[in-house]
Each structure stands twice: as structure tokens, then as C-alpha cells.
Design a protein around this ligand. Structure first.
Ligand code: C5P
Length: 223
């Protein structure tokens, strides 16, 4: 396939974004971060004062929102109603909000169809939780990136580093990440799990460089 679809799924902190970015650059594909779409939607809902479990209000909101992903050097820029909100999407409350709005089936149905439109022409690396299982079950390559929770938590903590204005405890980061995972894995609609035909890549004992190299090999073998 010369316009392939590559699906990268897995829990938070497994290294999906880094791997997806590298693969996109290496193979000349568009990198699309679906988590950023759920984050942008959560941000809009929170700004509108909508309770994150009010499904009908959320659904009404979804009908009047524009979310655009623009591939850039360090990851996607995200435009919410034509305003760049990229800098706000990593806040803890937005992260938590994204995890909460994404459990609602009608919200997922809407998001999945947006994501299917974005990838319809192929030539994409799409990263998320349900890309290989739900969004593009016929993706040319599926990689499920995993790592032990403690390792993912520590990586996330180190990433936060200087960007954080208030002191965060590593234990708190691990706890938050586990809570988000639990919610992703246990929701009834499209829970986080590896597709049957996904290649599982466990990065627990690998450096990021090794993970990226292995991912490149997996894609080479399949394309
Ligand atoms: O990948 P990221 O951490 O940015 O995703 C934020 C949240 O959005 C996740 O915790 C998950 O609940 C949700 N999500 C999802 N399906 C996707 C991508 C993200 O449910 N395809």
C-alpha cells in the first residue's frame, strides 16, 4: 500500500506519541493524535460548564464544535473552533476530563467517524486507544505499545519535569495514570485492548531509541 494506515494503540505513557511521530517522519505519513481530539472536546465542555457525565449536553456540544489537527514538528497542533489550544491540552484537569468524556458511547461514535474521515485517504499514522480495533480495523499495520505501569508513570513524571509549575510527586503521576488506564480498559464501549492481529511491543525494558527502531522494523515487514 502506498497510502497505508498505521494504527498505534496502547495505554498512556507507553511512548505512542514518540513512536507515531518517528514513523510518520520516516515513512512520509501524516501523524494524527486522536487523544488530542478527546482533550480538545473536554476542554470545550469544561469551558462551557457542562458536567462531564451529562451525555445529552455533551452530544449537543459535539454538533457545534470544530476540531482540527495540524501536523507539526513536535506533534500535532490542535485548533478548537479555529483557535490554537495546543498549550492547554496537557493540563491535568483536561487530561482527566478527556478520560471522562471518552467513556460515553455517543461521543465515541461521533469521534470515531471524525477520525475515519481524517484517515479515509490513507497515508497516516493514527495514534490512540481503539484505532486498530474500532476506527481502522483493516489498518495495514497495527502496533500495540505497552509497558509496566510504574515505568510509564516514571517516564511521564520525567517528561513533566521543568514544564510543571507546581511540585508533583512521582507517586501521584503513577496513581493518575493507573486511574486513567482503568477507565480506558474497563469502559463498555471500545475498551483499550490490543487487536487480535496487532503486534505487541513491550517497551518496559527498552530505550526509546530501541522502541522506535523495532517499530520501524515492524512497519517495514508489513508494508
Ligand atoms: O492519548 P491521550 O493521553 O492524549 O488521550 C487522552 C484520553 O482520551 C485517554 O485517557 C482516553 O481516555 C481517551 N482516548 C480514547 N480513545 C482514543 C484516544 C484517546 O478514549 N482513541
Amino acid at each position: 500500500a502506498n497510502r497505508p494506515i498505521i494504527a498505534i494503540d496502547g495505554p498512556a505513557g507507553a511512548g505512542k506519541s514518540t513512536v507515531a511521530r518517528h514513523l510518520a517522519r520516516y515513512f512520509g505519513l501524516l501523524n494524527l493524535e486522536t487523544g488530542a481530539m478527546y482533550r480538545a472536546f473536554a476542554l470545550k465542555a469544561m469551558r462551557a460548564g457542562i458536567a462531564l457525565d451529562d451525555v445529552s449536553a455533551l452530544l449537543a456540544l459535539s454538533a457545534q464544535i470544530s476540531i482540527r489537527l495540524v501536523p507539526a514538528e513536535g506533534g500535532n497542533l490542535v485548533f478548537l473552533d479555529d483557535v490554537d489550544v495546543t498549550g492547554q491540552l496537557r493540563d491535568q484537569c483536561v487530561t482527566d476530563g478527556a478520560s471522562r468524556v471518552s467513556v460515553h458511547p455517543p461521543i465515541r461514535t461521533w469521534m470515531v467517524s471524525l477520525q475515519q474521515q481524517l484517515g479515509a485517504e490513507g497515508g497516516v499514522v493514527m495514534e490512540g486507544r481503539d484505532i486498530g480495533t474500532v476506527v481502522f480495523p483493516h489498518a495495514n499495520v497495527k502496533i500495540f505499545l505497552d509497558a509496566a505501569p510504574e515505568v510509564r508513570g516514571m517516564r511521564r513524571y520525567e517528561q513533566m519535569g521543568s514544564a510543571q509549575s507546581v511540585e508533583v510527586q512521582p507517586e501521584a503521576v503513577v496513581r493518575e495514570l493507573r486511574a486513567r488506564d482503568e477507565r480506558d480498559r474497563n469502559r463498555a464501549d471500545s475498551p483499550l485492548k490490543a487487536a487480535e492481529d496487532a503486534v505487541i511491543l513491550d517497551s518496559t525494558n527498552l530505550t526509546l531509541e530501541q522502541v522506535v527502531t523495532r517499530a520501524e522494523e515492524i512497519v517495514q515487514e508489513k508494508l
